[in-house]
Design a protein around this ligand. Structure first.
Ligand code: PRT
Ligand code: ZN
Length: 300
């Protein structure tokens, strides 16, 4: 095994919404890690990459302080911790290097219907409960709103019922929790998803090359999720129309069909799902022998 300083350490949420997806993505990039779930570290068996399993709030700090080289964490946490660190006079030495397209949510201000919200000015002289004080204060300052932020570490949505605040500023995905607590979403402060962050400290050539390789593989993994390989026979006269109907394709391969002068075979990677409707439209345009296959791996 390489010396520890030559191995890449990736901070991943230990238990929570991002855990399974983060580890699954890395495994689909070809990484095999030791299994034990309770351990703080899971060692890469086939690559010099180890996973450090921690609370998501600790991830930006671990990357900033060079304990880890990379981290997978929600953009909401990244931006909040950046503001917290800067406010404490500590550097935030991490940068977002990849957006992972899962863990989507938004940080929003919500309040009871009876609050009579009528735009940002309604927030003046109110109390807003949040665990995102950095992002909320930034938003209030930028908009010249004079409101008091009340720091809650969890269950922010009950603050109005407890009489502790007039509004809340919290993460929302489906909106079900807000609704269940009689709250309505009024303002979106940040659209968030899981991202990869990297330390700003140069990693050295070898480690950076491995990071680049992982990011390129992530690209491939995310692209193939929806991608399909489509094969069909098309009359030469209908080629232009058929090409236009293929969803998310750049340059299809056109092949000669043995024994046929008027038809060709068309093969293409579609970077979007291919629905029955598309196939029916292709058939209506003259295509035949349609075949749609899943794509397992892709390298641009
Ligand atoms: O223990 P640790 O500190 O690691 O975990 P945590 O409890 O702080 O985080 P966790 O696992 O709840 O969330 C991790 C990350 O998932 C967040 O930082 C976001 O980036 C992302 N994420 C995506 C969400 C949601 N969707 C989400 N819906 N985080 C929290 N929620 C909450 C929301 O605030 C509400 O209370 O889930 C509840 C349900 O939401 P609705 O709108 O679907 O009802
Ligand atoms: Zn957390």
């Amino acid at each position: 095994m390489e010396p520890p300083e030559q191995r890449i350490k990736i901070a991943v949420q230990k238990t929570g919404r991002l855990t399974d997806h983060s580890i699954d993505l890395l495994e689909r990039c070809g990484l095999k890690v030791t299994k034990s779930k309770d351990q703080l570290i899971r060692y890469g068996e086939n690559m010099p990459i180890d996973l450090l399993l921690v609370r998501d709030d600790d991830i930006p700090g671990l990357v900033s302080d060079d304990v880890c080289d990379l981290g997978i964490v929600g953009l909401n946490v990244v931006e909040e911790k950046r503001l917290n660190r800067l406010a404490e006079g500590r550097p935030a030495r991490f940068k977002t290097v990849y957006e992972l397209d899962f863990g989507h949510c938004r940080l929003s201000i919500a309040g009871p219907e009876e609050a009579g919200y009528a735009g940002l000015l309604s927030l003046n002289n109110t109390k807003i409960a949040t665990s995102y004080t950095g992002l909320l204060n930034k938003f209030l300052n930028e908009n010249g709103i004079d409101a008091e932020t009340v720091c809650f570490s969890g269950a922010v949505e009950i603050a109005p019922k407890l009489g502790r605040a007039d509004y809340v500023c919290d993460l929302v995905s489906t909106g079900g929790t807000l609704k269940a607590n009689g709250l309505r979403e009024f303002e979106v402060l940040l659209e968030s998803e899981a991202v990869v962050i990297q330390t700003e400290k140069p990693l050295g050539e070898e480690k950076q090359a491995l990071v680049d390789k992982i990011l390129q593989r992530l690209d491939g993994v995310l692209q193939v999720r929806e991608s399909k390989y489509i094969m069909l026979h098309a009359p030469k006269t209908a080629l232009a129309e058929i090409r236009d109907l293929l969803p998310g394709t750049e340059a299809p391969t056109i092949l000669r069909l043995d024994g046929s002068d008027d038809k060709v075979a068309v093969h293409a990677v579609c970077r979007e799902n291919v629905f029955w409707e598309t196939l029916e439209n292709l058939k209506a345009a003259g295509a035949s022998s349609l075949l749609v296959l899943p794509v397992e791996k892709m390298l641009a």
